[in-house]
Design a protein. Sequence first.
Length: 129
Amino acid sequence: MDSDQRRFERRVARGAGAVVVCSFAWFATAFQPFSWAALLATVGAGLVVIAGGTRRREVPPTPHRGVGASLWGVLLGTLAAWEVASFFQHPRADHPTLSSVANRALADHPARAFGFLVWLGVGVVLSRQ
């Protein structure tokens, strides 16, 4: 088999995989929020992403100097400070919490499916680190 044929087959496989993942995201976000079905779909997808991300390690990672951990700490600290400050300030409409912003942003099914795909993509990136 020549390289063009292999390249074509890889593209077809990736395209089919993308259709499956997008279909699953649409299916998983159709469940009633906080139901057992939604929990199983989310946990199952997360486990598949972690397993797939850890399986494909080809090059050993280079040592980092802790910059990534510092950036994550600053990000999480900033988000926590925003959440606490918004929680204590009134009226709530003028000072939304992260959950109220997320609820409005993910109110529609297509937005939830897109958010689920973003969550899976972030999981893939983080599991390969």
